[in-house]
Write a protein that binds this ligand. Structure first.
Ligand SMILES: [Zn+2]
Ligand SMILES: [Zn+2]
Length: 257
């Protein structure tokens, strides 16, 4: 190798080492992976595809919870006010997040912004809550929408979340419920009216739920009226028990809504 050749070789070697950190990074993170919420590039591997700042902002439920609905409780009570005034036929509800702040924005972005990729992150949080609270379920059933509503939105977010959670926990998903009656928008109704509005709106369409422990999945737990009506229908279909897993739970009491 002549002098010029040696020079070129040295230059190549030094360029190789200069570019090595970037090459290693490309190898470890082959795509340009960004935070699901703020779009910032993720430099470190993250459990939820979110940057540390966005994770910190999310209102995760931690510490003492209501034994029935799983909402955070900041006193000695075992059951929250919402559950003291309502009787429910499902075993428990658990949620990883309080429906507030950036958790609410995230659900809105999924439902109304059509950002279906958020299902992966929200589903991962729900699967973690299932494990954290030692929940049980042999079949996952999503809370259904009416055919009309689903056609309007293009998808049922509860069903998308159900399949994501099912894949992560290795539990089969069965869309065993059908919403047979069109109901008024729950948002505009108080607790009692919500329950009456939903009465007998759901029906079991797959007999396979019989004798099974069901894990019912929805995006938001508000008064628990929807979960309760779905659980009633499933129990009528002779399932053994119903546990409910929702992405978020509201902190508000039904009367204050
Ligand atoms: Zn972020
Ligand atoms: Zn409660």
């Amino acid at each position: 190798m002549d002098k010029e050749g040696r020079g070129q070789f040295k230059e190549k070697v030094s360029r190789f080492f200069k570019e090595l950190p970037r090459k290693m990074k490309d190898l470890l993170y082959p795509e340009n992976i960004t935070c699901d919420l703020c779009g910032e590039e993720l430099k470190m591997e993250s459990r939820y595809n979110l940057c540390s700042r966005c994770i910190e902002k999310l209102p995760f439920i931690d510490g003492d919870i209501c034994l029935n609905c799983g909402v955070s409780i900041d006193n000695e009570a075992e059951i929250c006010d919402r559950c003291q005034n309502n009787s429910s036929v499902f075993k428990i509800n658990r949620s990883p997040l309080i429906y507030d702040g950036s958790a609410r924005d995230t659900i809105h972005a999924l439902k109304f912004g059509g950002k279906k990729y958020l299902v992966k992150t929200i589903g991962a949080m729900m699967a973690d809550a299932f494990l954290k609270y030692h929940m049980e379920g042999e079949i996952i059933v999503p809370v259904p929408m009416t055919d009309e509503d689903e056609r309007k939105r293009g998808f049922n977010q509860a069903e998308l979340l159900a399949y994501e959670v099912g894949a992560r926990l290795n539990i089969p998903v069965l869309p065993a419920l059908k919403k047979t009656r069109v109901t008024s928008n729950q948002k505009e109704l108080s607790g009692k009216d919500r329950r009456e509005n939903l009465e007998k709106a759901f029906e079991v369409v797959f007999p396979q739920v019989k004798d099974r422990k069901i894990l019912l999945i929805d995006d938001i737990f508000t008064t628990g009226a929807t979960a309760n009506e779905c659980a009633k229908a499933l129990l009528k279909g002779k399932c053994r028990e119903v546990s409910v897993l929702t992405a978020c739970i509201t902190k508000l009491k039904p009367l204050m809504e």
